[in-house]
Design a protein around this ligand. Structure first.
Ligand code: EPS
Length: 399
């Protein structure tokens, strides 16, 4: 079983990610992991923090000569911003009393919870009077650790010709309305990658940028929707046999766990509820001797988003994730001070205005982690030689 844990405070010294159950004998490309980390940091709408960080992984366990050992793999990402927080966030000892004005503003008065954030519920749950103790971990900074281990899982899947793409289809009220079918996968990926908001249509891209600018001027934030597409996934990953093995449930759980995500759709998603069965279900065709990932069976539509009965059907996996606008507003909302219990204005912290361009990158990473787990479940999980031979046998086996 592929499992992982992450740790680290947003303004602590580092993020740490441990992945266990990764097969032995896989050559890891560290540059590819750093490439994914850089992708996550980009995007129009980011705030000041991304100018400070240059996320890169340091591997501290689980590899030898660049190959996985089958033991837990540990990645560290150092927070460059840590040097500005050592007096406020010491792990042991007390807070320094020699704080400058800026440090004082970061260190004190975190008693006014932001509506929409974990601030209040977290403070009550863990009995913290200083909400910095909540917001440091309930921070989207954690997604950097997820992207690092997701990039490792993705490399394993790419080795078996599984490819990932994502793009932004909505920011606030601006939505991508043009119809598209992905024929050339690499060209599609490139198009999204070259856009500052990761949108494939130039005029929509401009409108999205304008929407973010307007939100910023109004001291507000914006959410949106990213779509994730995974091509080349073999038929038969996941299972209907138990609820916890259903791939749609596993993916939805992983994607809903990304900070700010409030909705996940698979394929046609919510729209399928308003249509007739004949309009929704993808009719089945067959082409003999084909190298399609479902042993020659294929569809001409993909409303199911590549998953039927909790199992991959060989078509593209298509997922949509909707993120709410982030909850740190420069024009603060009404709240209650947890100390005085009097009405107050919510915390204002340095923050991003819109993180939707990064959403698809994070979504790809968590999707890769889920898919790698079910892939290893099907094709064996200890070492690459066995997995490769099982995969080849599966491709060749007649049906
Ligand atoms: C975040 C607030 C901002 C974001 C951060 C998430 O950080 P800071 O408080 O340091 O300005 O930039 O995201 C990241 C650091 C990141 O790497 O994505 C929050 O409160 O969730």
């Amino acid at each position: 079983m592929l499992t992982y844990l992450t740790s680290g405070e947003s303004h602590g010294s580092q993020l740490t990610a441990i992945i266990d159950g990764f097969p032995a004998g896989f050559h890891v490309d560290i540059d590819k992991i750093n490439y994914q980390l850089a992708r996550r940091q980009k995007g129009y709408g980011r705030g000041g923090r991304m100018k400070i960080e240059r996320d890169k992984v340091e591997v501290v366990s689980g590899l030898r000569y660049g190959y996985t050992l089958g033991s837990p793999i540990t990645f560290i990402i150092h927070n460059k911003d840590w040097k500005n927080w050592t007096k406020i966030m010491p792990l042991v000892g007390a807070m320094s009393d020699d704080l400058n004005l800026k440090e004082k503003s970061l260190a004190y008065g975190k008693t006014k919870p932001r509506p929409g954030h974990a601030d209040l519920s977290g403070a009550i749950k863990y009995n913290h009077q200083d909400m910095r103790n909540v917001l440091e971990r309930a921070s989207a900074r954690e997604t950097a650790a997820k992207v690092a281990i997701g990039a490792l899982a993705r490399q394993l899947l790419e080795h078996f010709q599984i490819r990932f793409a994502s793009h932004v289809i909505r920011i606030g009220r601006v939505a991508l309305s043009t119809k598209y079918k992905i024929k050339d996968f690499s060209a599609f990926v490139k198009k999204a990658e070259n856009s500052p908001v990761r949108c494939i249509n130039k005029s929509t891209e401009q409108k999205m940028i304008e929407a973010i600018k307007t939100a910023k001027k109004k001291r507000d934030s914006l959410g949106g929707i990213a779509e994730i597409i995974i091509r080349g996934v073999p038929v038969g990953l996941g299972s209907y046999a138990q609820s916890f093995r259903r791939l749609d449930g596993l993916l939805a759980g992983a994607l809903m766990s990304i900070p700010s995500v409030k909705g996940v759709e698979i394929g046609l998603g919510f729209k399928s509820a308003s249509l007739m069965g004949s309009q929704v279900h993808d009719e089945i065709y067959y082409k003999k001797g084909s190298d399609l990932p479902a042993k020659g069976f294929y569809r001409t539509s993909n409303n199911a988003g590549g998953i039927e009965g909790g199992i991959t059907n060989g078509e593209d996996i298509v997922l949509k994730i909707a993120a709410k606008p982030i909850s740190t507003l420069n024009k603060p909302l009404k709240t209650v001070d947890i100390k005085t219990k009097k009405p107050a204005q919510a915390i204002v912290e340095r923050a991003d205005n819109c993180v939707v361009p990064a959403l698809g990158v994070i979504g790809e990473a968590v999707t890769a982690l889920v898919l790698a787990d079910v892939f290893l479940e099907k094709f064996g999980s200890d070492n690459m030689a066995e997995i490769e031979s099982n995969y080849k046998a599966f491709l060749k086996s007649p049906f």
